[in-house]
Design a protein around this ligand. Structure first.
Ligand code: FAD
Length: 455
């Protein structure tokens, strides 16, 4: 416990807390501070394991009074590892995972520590769904507040485009219901501004009728990567809103370490129409794996889960492409042939449809152009292999730099590129800085991809 933190003051917090206040000597401390990225090993002075919104507000007031740095943990998936603080207070929302669906209004409210698995299952009970994470173990809050890429984005927009209100604990410790009517400016900022404006104790979304979809993955040996890339370019040239597909260079899920090219697809409209649209992707060569068929929507968001086990070491780089040219395909395959870890992969995400029909300044999330986004996901287990894997990610990104735009999705930034946060916000940067000055002038919420109020 830090010199300034007395046992009496911690006991005072504990006395009123519904959840648990955990210190380094308490049981559960190590499990609570461990996040998805095994690279992160930080030791908070206290972990406030919140059970409800009042706990979140009390934790913020306590940390401010005691001068403790605050970190906020939603689903714990942030690769940058900002959910944990070294020596401060981790406000841990992991115990807050409830989802409450109102099928009549087609609205669903979810608590700030829930993962997409929990949200998707809750809405699916009513044949409803919202754009959300493609890996079901990812947190709803962190993913949404940064934007929210998902399989339904071309039909219904990003997760933020479906957000209707946020129960926000602001830097002064107050609980506010923030929506377009109550505070349009702040609501604009939380829709993309990450955790910069407060802690989302709960979030309410619009949910849409989506039940069974045509989805899955088709994969080929790496030798077919360039022909598959060509067909992918054709299929994604003018797709309907119902179809989203990604292009991946990954490793076979059977543990063989074999390199494959994989195309996950999700068609949320008529199944037979979808079968026709994805057919070219399934017949490029002899598929190593073809798991495309009608599946419940929540299952779509679990298909990539096994590729991202908790505790693996992660180091990522990401940016939007200027253009997806044939040359890009060659650079990607060339780099992937040299990948040191059999867990690493590269994924291209396609942005089109509803997500691109929103004005870039309508929400804080500005990436509304049609096009493609790249994620280079370095993933490995052995700390002795840190250097080799980090340099592979960096050199691959460097090789692709001539093809990349100066724009990046904030949620894919790692911890060592603060200079790119501005690029993540493009035309919205100045308005975000002004909003940060108003709502968090002391930068209480700075363990995030930070919008510095003095910038
Ligand atoms: C395997 C994997 C798959 C991913 N897939 C997708 C994807 O399909 N689509 C996509 O858009 N992104 C995806 N991401 C990126 C993801 O959006 C970010 O990692 C996001 O930060 C995860 O949110 P979290 O709540 O799980 O993370 P955390 O690590 O808990 O939080 C990250 C940051 O978000 C903020 N935050 C979290 N919860 C709250 C809250 N309740 N209130 C206020 N601020 C909060 C905090 O600043 C925190 O530091 C993926 C990441 C991983 C590791």
């Amino acid at each position: 416990m830090s010199m300034t933190l007395s046992r009496d003051s911690v006991d005072g917090l504990r006395a009123q807390f519904s959840g648990e206040v955990v210190g380094p000597d308490d049981g559960g401390y190590d499990a609570a501070r461990a996040v998805h990225n095994g690279f992160i090993d930080k030791r908070p002075a206290l972990i406030a394991r919140c059970a409800n919104t009042a706990d979140v507000a009390d934790a913020v007031r306590f940390a401010r009074a005691e001068g403790l740095e605050i970190s906020v943990r939603g689903g714990g998936h942030g690769v940058a590892g900002k959910a944990v603080t070294e020596g401060g207070m981790m406000v841990d929302l992991a115990p807050m995972r409830g989802s409450y669906v109102d099928p009549g209004r087609r609205r669903a409210r979810v608590q700030g520590g829930a993962t997409w698995n929990e949200y998707d299952r809750a809405t699916h009970q009513h044949g409803l769904a919202t754009t959300g994470g493609t890996v079901s173990t990812t947190g709803v809050a962190g993913l949404t507040l940064g934007g929210g890429v998902g399989w339904l984005m071309s039909r219904f927009g990003m997760a933020v485009d479906n957000l209707t209100s946020v129960e926000l604990v602001t830097a002064d410790g107050e609980v506010r219901q923030v929506c377009a009517d109550s505070d349009p400016d702040l609501f604009w900022g939380v829709r993309g501004g990450g955790g910069n404006f407060g802690i989302a104790a709960s979030l309410e979304f619009e949910a849409h009728p989506v039940d069974t979809i045509l989805g899955g993955i088709v994969a080929y040996p790496l030798a077919a990567a360039l022909p598959v890339f060509g067909v992918y370019q054709e299929v994604t040239a003018e797709p309907p809103d119902e179809l989203v597909s990604f292009f991946g260079l990954v490793h076979a899920p059977d543990g063989s370490g074999n390199k494959i090219v994989a195309v996950p697809v999700c068609h949320s409209g008529d199944i037979a129409t979808g079968e026709g649209l994805v057919a070219p992707l399934r017949t490029v060569a002899t598929a190593a794996l073809d798991l495309i068929g009608p599946i419940p929507y929540p299952v779509m968001n679990t298909l990539l889960d096994a590729a991202f086990p908790k505790g693996a070491r992660n180091y990522w780089r990401s940016a939007f492409f200027k253009e997806l040219t044939e040359e890009v395909g060659g650079v990607l395959v060339d780099a992937f042939e040299r990948v040191p870890s059999p867990m690493s992969g590269m994924l291209i995400e396609h942005f089109h449809g509803a997500v691109t029909r929103v004005d870039p300044t309508a929400t804080a999330f500005p990436h509304r152009q049609r096009g493609y986004n790249l994620v280079i996901a370095g993933e490995w287990l052995d700390p002795a292999e840190d250097d080799a894997n980090i340099s592979w990610v960096r050199s691959t990104f460097d090789a692709l730099t001539p093809h990349m735009a100066d724009t990046v999705y904030v949620n894919y930034l790692t911890a060592d590129e603060p200079e790119r946060v501005r690029a993540a916000y493009g035309p919205n940067w100045e308005r975000l800085v002004a909003l940060k000055q108003k709502w968090d002038p002391d930068n209480v919420f700075h363990l995030n991809q930070n919008i510095d109020p003095t910038a």
